[in-house]
Write a protein that binds this ligand. Structure first.
Ligand code: MLT
Length: 231
């Protein structure tokens, strides 16, 4: 699941800062309920609606707020407008990982041995968003490069990665990107974040491969953690 601005990016930063896990919730009520169920545990409520922190929540959806000082050792109950809904929609997938520009290479390396990969772009309220498709294209390009190298080593003539039209479009769009920061700023979500004064979040989200981590949903616990691939 890819939601560059900002759910995926924030999840990556939260785990990198030492959060124990993220519990994605579809709705604000579900998040509040989850927090009540876990009363007494070290939990924080995080997320946004219309881009801003939800009333009564501890944290919004700015990656910069998820620092070791504020969240190390805590479980984050998390709900956002598009990202956590996309995670819920993917719930029947055998394995769900979270991708952003910050962890393109780590995610692509992790996915390289999968038989079938679906790159789910969260978009913005049902509409395609350029930054998510570009990140999907970056992951696709990395998977292709990796596969080409393997093919050369094993002298196979056929490239083993097969793309559908959507993946070809994403790759072509990413190929046209000269500045990740510019496409993030120009995108629908980016413009709204700038109006809200969150330009710093866009700058963080634009940093390619700043983190070498792969957040993964553990189906059994419904926690997103840095756990390794299921066998
Ligand atoms: C979302 O999940 O809808 C986004 O992360 C919204 C945002 O905070 O920019």
């Amino acid at each position: 699941m890819i939601d560059v601005l900002r759910a995926s990016t924030t999840i990556c930063h939260a785990l990198d800062s030492g959060a124990v896990g993220i519990v994605p919730c579809r709705t604000i009520d579900a998040a509040r309920h989850e927090a009540l169920e876990r009363k007494g545990q070290d939990v924080l409520l995080g997320g946004e609606r219309k881009g801003v922190r939800i009333d009564g929540f501890d944290l919004g959806n700015s990656p910069a707020d998820y620092t070791p000082e504020s969240i190390h050792g805590k479980t984050i109950i998390f709900t956002t407008t598009n990202g956590t809904i996309a995670i819920d929609r993917a719930k029947h997938a055998a394995d769900i990982v979270i991708g952003a520009f910050n962890n393109v290479t780590a995610v692509a390396d992790d996915l390289a041995n999968s038989k079938k990969v679906a790159l789910l772009c969260a978009g913005t309220e049902g509409k395609i968003s350029g930054e998510d498709v570009a990140a999907a294209g970056a992951i696709t390009a990395h998977l292709l490069r990796k596969s080409e190298k393997t093919s050369q080593r094993t002298a196979r003539l056929q490239n083993s990665v097969q793309l559908n039209d959507e993946a070809r479009i994403a790759r072509a769009w990413y190929g046209k990107v000269t500045s990740i920061l510019s496409i993030l700023r120009e995108s629908r979500g980016g413009q709204r974040l700038r109006q809200l004064g969150y330009d710093q979040d866009i700058e963080i989200a634009a940093q390619m491969d700043s983190l070498d981590i792969v957040p993964r949903l553990d189906h059994a616990t419904q926690f997103i953690t840095l756990c390794s691939r299921p066998e």
